[in-house]
Ligand binder design. Structure first.
Ligand SMILES: Cc1ncc(C[n+]2csc(CCOP(=O)(O)OP(=O)(O)O)c2C)c(N)n1
Ligand code: SF4
Length: 222
């Protein structure tokens, strides 16, 4: 049984995690799965799923789960991280795992800010985005993670979707698991809700996702 969420009401993280759990249960893979958590709101997934879980340092979840997979090749190894953990402090770990085609599945939850620390500008913040550290609007272009990783690995499964497209969320998670089972690296980025730091309520959160993140970051397989 999945347990009570520690995430803010309306957060996108539990959507991704519940679909991951649904698939693991359907495919009877719960006992083989190992979930590595990065620092950030990802760590709120601790004890959320009935799956063996590691807590790692900020930006180091990918390398930790590569190590785990090498030690336990029959396991199903997941690196669960925010966009800051993946594309700022953890970019080097992510790129080398992709370059070496390490057979793990990386799940990136992109909420366009450093959420756990209070909503600072992140590598995925979009031009003009108001954050705690860009009160007059972010001046930088964002990082397009899946597009970048595609450049260094032609065999991997690489995709982006959004938490308000449940059919695609499930499909891409299934394909990312299959890719790992076939010996390949996989990464899916999920455009995700962060009502606390976006300062949105109710339908405004979904509108923010559609009007900003989904307008900028293309969804699909790369
Ligand atoms: C080495 C290190 N640097 C900085 C921090 C502080 N820190 C904790 S969470 C976080 C931001 C996390 O943002 P992101 O990875 O995008 O995840 P989110 O919280 O948005 O899900 C930072 C900078 C830390 N814990 N460790
Ligand atoms: S701060 Fe944002 S990402 Fe973190 S739990 Fe709350 S809504 Fe979710």
């Amino acid at each position: 049984m999945a347990k009570e969420a520690k995430f803010c009401p309306g957060c996108g993280h539990p959507i991704v995690l519940r679909f991951l759990h649904m698939i693991l249960r359907e495919k009877e893979l719960e006992s083989k799965a190992v979930l590595g958590l990065d620092i950030g709101c990802s760590l709120l997934a601790w004890d959320f799923l009935p799956v063996n879980t590691f807590q790692t340092h900020h930006g180091r979840v990918t390398s930790t789960m590569v190590g785990y997979k090498r030690a336990q090749p029959n396991s199903l190894s997941f690196a669960y991280t925010g966009d800051g953990g993946a594309y700022a402090i953890g970019m080097q770990s992510l790129m080398w795992a992709a370059i070496r085609n390490e057979p793990i599945t990386v799940i990136v939850v992109n909420n366009s800010n450093y959420a756990m620390t209070g909503g600072q500008q992140a590598p995925t913040s979009f031009k003009g985005q108001i954050t705690d550290t860009s009160p007059s609007g972010c001046g930088d272009e964002p990082v397009f993670g899946p597009e970048l990783v595609r450049q260094v690995n032609k065999k991997a499964f690489i995709a982006r979707t959004a938490v308000n497209d449940p059919k695609q969320v499930k499909e891409y998670l299934e394909k990312a698991i299959e890719a790992q089972q076939n010996g390949n690296f996989a990464m899916v980025e999920f455009l995700s809700y962060c009502p606390l730091n976006w300062k949105t309520v109710g339908i405004e959160t979904n509108n923010y996702l559609n009007d900003n993140l989904k307008m900028l970051f293309p969804v699909g397989e790369f």
